[in-house]
Design a binder for this molecule. Structure first.
Ligand SMILES: [Cu+2]
Length: 285
C-alpha cells in the first residue's frame, strides 16, 4: 500500500513537472470558402490571425497543460464558445468583442472548440475545430473532416433556417481542402518511415457520419470520444460520427504509397466529380 502510494505520488509529480501554461489566441472570421471546383460558399472559421482562412486553426496541448485561450470575434454577429465533453467552459463573445477561456484537460483526447449557438448550424458553418490533448512525442497528424452544402451555407449566412432532414452535401474536406490539395497540407499528409510510431487525429466537425478506410494497414485506436471501449481495437475502417473524434496509431512495417478515403464514396467527390473529396495518400519510406 505504501509502495503504491509513493508510486502514485511520484507519478503526480512527474505529470505536474511536464504540464505547461499555454497561451493562444483564435480569431472568429467570416469569409468565403473556395471549393475544389472554384465555387464559393459563405463560411466562418477559427483562425490564428484576423485574416479569414478556410483552414481552421487547430490547437495542440499536453495532458494537464493549462490553456489560456483568447477569442477575438471579428464577425458582425455574436458567437458562442463551447468545448465538447466538458462543463464550465461555455461562454459567448459579442460582435467585435474579445473573451478569454482558461481550461485544462487531464487525459489524452480530442475536444472540439465550437459555437454552440443555433446548434448545429454555426458549428457546421465552420466554427468547430479540434483541441488535441496528447503528450505523444512522435509525428502527429490531424484531420478536421467536414462536408458542405452550398445552399445551407447561403441560408445560414442570410440568417435563415436550414432543414437538416434535407441535408445533401456536395463537398467533402479535410482541414478545409479537398483532394488533391489535401496532399499539400503537412498536418493532413501522413508521411513516415518504417518502424516509426505515427498518430493520426480524426475529428468530424460535419453533420454526416464519415467512415475512413486506410489501405494497406490496420491502425490501433488510442482514443475514442464516442466509445472508450473501442480503445486498442485494430481496424482498417473507422466510423466517425458528427462532433466525435478518434486518435489512431500506426506503426508502418512496409514502404509504399497507401490511399486513405471515406468509404462512403460520395464523400470522395467534390461537386459530383471523383476523386475530388476526402482522399489522400500516406507515404511510408
Ligand atoms: Cu478503401
Amino acid at each position: 500500500m505504501r509502495k503504491l502510494l509513493s508510486t502514485l505520488l511520484l507519478s503526480l509529480v512527474v505529470v505536474s513537472a511536464q504540464a505547461a501554461v499555454v497561451e493562444d489566441t483564435v480569431y472568429i472570421n467570416n469569409g468565403l470558402f473556395t471549393t475544389v471546383d472554384s465555387n464559393t460558399l459563405p463560411y466562418t472559421a477559427f483562425n490564428s490571425s484576423s485574416t479569414f482562412d478556410q483552414q481552421n486553426t487547430q490547437l495542440f496541448i499536453g495532458v494537464g497543460d493549462s490553456l489560456y485561450l483568447t477569442i477575438i470575434n471579428t464577425d458582425t454577429q455574436p458567437h458562442g464558445v463551447d468545448i465538447t465533453n466538458t462543463t464550465g467552459y461555455t461562454t459567448t463573445v459579442g460582435a467585435g468583442a474579445t473573451t478569454t477561456l482558461a481550461c485544462q484537460f487531464n487525459q489524452t483526447g480530442i475536444y472540439i472548440l465550437h459555437d454552440h449557438l443555433n446548434y448545429p448550424d454555426m458549428a457546421y458553418f465552420g466554427l468547430s475545430t479540434p483541441i488535441v490533448v496528447d503528450n505523444f512525442a512522435g509525428s502527429i497528424f490531424s484531420w478536421n473532416i467536414k462536408e458542405h452544402q452550398l445552399s445551407f451555407n447561403d441560408s445560414i449566412q442570410n440568417n435563415g433556417t436550414v432543414n437538416w432532414s434535407t441535408y445533401y452535401p456536395e463537398y467533402f474536406t479535410i482541414n478545409g481542402n479537398s483532394n488533391p490539395a489535401i496532399n499539400a497540407d503537412p498536418l493532413a499528409k501522413v508521411t513516415g518511415n518504417v518502424g516509426d510510431t505515427l498518430r493520426i487525429c480524426v475529428t468530424n466537425t460535419g453533420q454526416s457520419i464519415h467512415s475512413i478506410h486506410f489501405h494497406g494497414y490496420h491502425l490501433r485506436i488510442v482514443f475514442s470520444s464516442k466509445d472508450a471501449a473501442h480503445v486498442d481495437r485494430e481496424k482498417d475502417t473507422f466510423s466517425v460520427y458528427p462532433m466525435e473524434s478518434l486518435i489512431l496509431e500506426l506503426i508502418p512495417d512496409k514502404t509504399g504509397e497507401y490511399p486513405v478515403h471515406d468509404h462512403n464514396l460520395v464523400a470522395v467527390t467534390g461537386g459530383g466529380i471523383y476523386p475530388n473529396g476526402m482522399f489522400l495518400t500516406m507515404i511510408i519510406q
